[in-house]
Design a protein around this ligand. Structure first.
Ligand SMILES: Cc1cc2nc3c(=O)[nH]c(=O)nc-3n(C[C@H](O)[C@H](O)[C@H](O)COP(=O)(O)OP(=O)(O)OC[C@H]3O[C@@H](n4cnc5c(N)ncnc54)[C@H](O)[C@@H]3O)c2cc1C
Length: 394
């Protein structure tokens, strides 16, 4: 990932606004073109007043590519994946273009649970299934969690999450499990997990029920994961990629792919500027399909006979008033009636709770169903001293 590349070169990403700024100095080997490109990227971002070029300039850079002088990479989709790919490629010195048919992060990437998981659930699987692959995932997720928080401290932070325990077995189970999570995190630990008594827990989380599941609360175990502003982080990636030299255009939809004379190789795309309605062609050696849930529609532009590879599913979050969760503390429902996890997290002065996982059609704005909303309300109301009938939704 691009952020990790910047880190490896000794650069520290911080930010004054949405645009990430590289502050610390790094040394680049003169013989390593990738390191030299990274150093050049770092200097561009560090320049005072560095801002992305205007939209017209970005559009001109895309439209200016030709079959004889193509871009190295064209990315379709300006979500977290597409913008991450564009930034990574641009910091390697490649000529990069990216087109997003709506605004950056208008798709899945602005509707996540906003957590930067260190992979605590993979750890549970690693232990119980003696699965080294799952353990490797935890190490990787913990590394990325720390890196993202360090790179963008204005958009990401450590968030304590409370796990309520209604019997002593749960207290022991979660305490040991989360201590193991701390241990595996090692120097990437955000803060140590710990047990809180019932009174301490209710003081920290005033809406927490002292009685539930036909038994009384025995305490809680609080551990730390990361929380991020997903959409701003995504826009930060897009802006940083643009400052580094990528031509990054929103409101620009790929309407068809262009192939070479043999009809075998994709050499570019026809793009509609959805603000002006005008179309233009852009050419690239490689086209990356980062269209998220819509990636089958882009694949079909290349070959109308391909079988779909996406099984779409939707996840619903509900937004509750702020008093459901204290400002700096989340709550995790570790096992819902059907064995899922539901989070209740503070978010921009409100509380976000979710999520579900149901089959859906692929649309830009999937509608939440009544039963999905009820599922989340049922899951959290068992843990709260707020009556469900009083729960108000935004
Ligand atoms: C309910 C839910 C909760 C989640 N919670 C978390 C979480 O807490 N933490 C976490 O790390 N991850 C979470 N994720 C996962 C994360 O949100 C996704 O992995 C990520 O957002 C995917 O990004 P993307 O760029 O691949 O897709 P998207 O963000 O959907 O981006 C694809 C983009 O492609 C564009 N596009 C499509 N077709 C075209 C075209 N023809 N031309 C141009 N552009 C096009 C779309 O407009 C869209 O903006 C969650 C996911 C879900 C569904």
């Amino acid at each position: 990932m691009a952020t990790w590349r910047l880190r490896r070169a000794g650069a520290a990403l911080a930010a004054s606004s949405t645009l990430a700024a590289v502050l610390a100095a790094s040394s680049a080997s003169a013989t390593d073109p990738s390191a030299a490109a990274l150093e050049a990227a770092r200097q561009r971002v560090a320049r005072s007043g560095a801002t992305p070029p205007l939209r017209d300039a970005q559009r001109a850079a895309l439209a200016g590519s030709t079959p004889a002088e193509p871009l190295d990479v064209l990315v379709v989709g300006g979500g977290a994946t597409g913008c991450g790919v564009a930034l990574d490629a641009a910091t390697r010195g490649l000529r990069v273009g990216l087109v997003e048919r709506e605004d950056f992060s208008s798709g899945t990437s602005s509707r996540s649970t906003k957590l930067i998981h260190g992979g605590v659930r993979y750890l549970e699987k690693a232990v119980f299934n003696l699965d080294y692959g799952q353990l490797k995932l935890v190490f990787h997720a913990l590394k990325e969690r720390k890196q993202v928080i360090e790179n963008a401290p204005h958009l990401c932070h450590a968030l304590p999450c409370m796990t309520p325990c209604f019997n002593w077995f749960e207290v022991v189970y979660y305490w040991f499990g989360l201590k193991l999570y701390d241990l595996v995190a090692g120097r990437r630990l955000l803060h140590l997990s710990r047990y809180y008594s019932v009174d301490e827990s209710v003081e920290l989380f005033p809406t927490l029920a002292k009685n539930g599941h036909n038994c009384s609360l025995k305490g809680t175990v609080v551990y730390y994961d990361g929380q991020m502003n997903d959409s701003r982080l995504n826009v930060g990636l897009a802006c940083t990629a643009a400052v580094v030299g990528a031509a990054v255009l929103n409101y620009a939809e790929v309407v068809s792919l262009i192939k070479d004379e043999s009809g075998e190789r994709i050499i570019g795309a026809r793009v509609r500027d959805t603000l002006s309605g005008k179309e233009f062609e852009t050419f690239a050696k490689v086209v990356v399909n980062a269209a998220g849930p819509f990636c089958d529609s882009v694949r079909k532009m290349a070959d109308s006979t391909v079988a779909p590879m996406i099984c779409p599913s939707s996840g619903v979050h509900i937004v509750l008033p702020d008093y459901y969760s204290p400002e700096g503390m989340g709550l995790i429902v570790p096992k819902t009636k059907d064995g899922r996890v539901v989070f209740m997290l503070p978010w921009l002065g409100r509380t976000v709770a979710g999520t579900t996982d149901s089959n859906t059609a692929i649309t830009m704005l999937p509608e939440p169903h009544e039963d999905e909303i009820q599922f989340i309300l049922d899951a959290i109301s068992d843990y709260l001293n707020v009556q469900e009938s009083c729960i108000s939704l935004y």
